[in-house]
Design a protein around this ligand. Structure first.
Ligand SMILES: *Cc1c(COP(=O)(O)O)cnc(C)c1O
Length: 389
């Protein structure tokens, strides 16, 4: 298998080869990474739910009642009371008619997009959409078009050029773009969709649990309930567990229970995960303390980094990139930070376009001001030593 060796050599030559870091313990603000205590600025555990005692207890109780595995796909005998309950909890929390849970957010996009489209349809996708949307589009037999990132003129051009040629047209977008932290222009997208008779499909993986009333998401943030046709979310980021879902009409849910392939061909979510997720939604419903703390930390951290003269892009959420550009320098920066006690992963091609390397800081509700200050000091000295500032 020499062809792998050659490929790996090219990664090494480009300075982007890496080993997977190993975290020996729960996902917390400080973690033991490769045997060394570091401040964790890389997880999607926005609200600190991944190791929360209430979620852990709910999972343990569910193991006692249901066991550790669902035993089958949802469409055979893997559909337990707790999965049905979870669908309902999500629909209620999101203020949508119905929801259906999949094993991950990735599975939702690869399963749903193909299930709701035919070869007579058109999928129009933002150029910066998440890889799982891209893969979902690849599995669909519909025609495809791409519009420039959040460029409404360009979206309008694509809609206009393809007018009256397809049975159904779908506009697909991330709600929050995960590598830059900017929001989709949903009110304008919805307006365009209405005037061209298109459906809207929003993947709100980074908006759920973060934006809107107590984390109800980007659709809630923009007061667009009832106006987005397909709302996708993940249960592995702010919710801290694992799984994904899509909200929409009751009929959509029924159709997906027949044709959503990950529901038919991959075992249902662990019942313990479903129970922990339900507890997370209960906590979000009853208090805004988690989302408030997340935003407070995010604002504080972003303000301090800008004051240092770092380019933090145009994020509108707690996601805080530090733009570097050069890929090798990006990876060097990330490595240097780790040696000084802060873990921030470097993000390079293929996750972002070539030449748009960045480190991406993920602040959470778990971080104390002291930990953030410590991280900021370390980022400053590392950036100075690498002549980034
Ligand atoms: C993370 C992410 C996913 C995948 O979610 P998982 O539940 O981790 O599979 C899907 N879409 C977007 C936009 C994401 O950021």
């Amino acid at each position: 298998m020499d062809f792998f060796k050659e490929k790996i050599e090219t990664l090494k030559a480009a300075g982007v080869y890496r080993k997977l870091p190993i975290n020996d313990g729960p996902c917390e603000a400080e973690i033991m990474l490769d045997g060394k205590k570091v401040i964790n600025l890389s997880s999607n555990n926005y609200l600190g739910f991944a190791n929360h005692p209430r979620l852990k207890q709910a999972a343990k109780d569910a193991i006692d009642h249901y066991g550790v595995g669902a035993g089958a796909v949802r469409t055979i005998v893997g559909n337990m009371t707790i999965h049905e309950q979870l669908d309902q909890v999500i629909a209620r929390f999101k203020r949508e008619e119905a929801a259906v849970v999949f094993q991950s957010g990735y599975n939702v996009n690869v399963g749903v997009i193909q299930a709701i489209t035919t070869k007579d349809d058109l999928l129009i996708s933002d150029e910066l959409n998440h890889a799982s949307i891209i893969d979902g589009v690849r599995l669909s037999s519909a025609s495809r078009a791409v519009f420039k990132h959040s460029d409404m003129e360009d979206l309008k051009r694509v809609l206009e050029e393809n007018k009256d040629q397809y049975q159904h047209t779908f506009i697909l977008t991330d709600g929050v773009f995960s590598m830059d932290g900017d929001l989709a222009k949903l009110p304008e997208i919805v307006k365009l969709a209405k005037s061209y008779g298109a459906f809207t499909y929003v993947d709100d993986a980074h908006g759920s649990g973060v934006l809107g009333d107590r984390g109800r998401g980007t659709v809630d943030h923009y007061h667009l309930h009832g106006q987005v046709d397909f709302i996708v979310g993940t249960l592995s980021k702010a919710i801290g567990v694992v799984g994904g879902y899509v909200c929409g009409s009751k009929e959509m849910r029924e159709w997906l229970l027949h044709r959503g392939r990950p529901l038919l061909f991959s075992t249902a979510l662990m019942p313990s995960a479903a129970a922990a997720i339900i507890e997370a939604f209960n906590m979000l419903e009853s208090s805004s303390e988690y989302t408030d703390k997340l935003w407070d930390n995010g604002r504080y951290f972003k303000q301090k980094l800008s004051q240092l003269g770092l380019d933090i892009g145009h994020s509108e959420t707690p996601i805080t990139p530090i733009m570097i550009g050069d890929e090798a320098l990006t990876m060097k920066f990330s490595k240097d930070l780790l040696s000084r006690g802060v873990y921030v992963s470097g993000i390079v091609f293929p996750t972002v376009p070539k030449g748009k390397g960045r480190i991406r800081c993920m602040v959470s509700a778990l971080h104390t001001k002291k930990e953030l200050d410590q991280a900021i000091d370390i980022i400053e000295s590392s950036a100075k030593s690498l002549k980034i500032i």
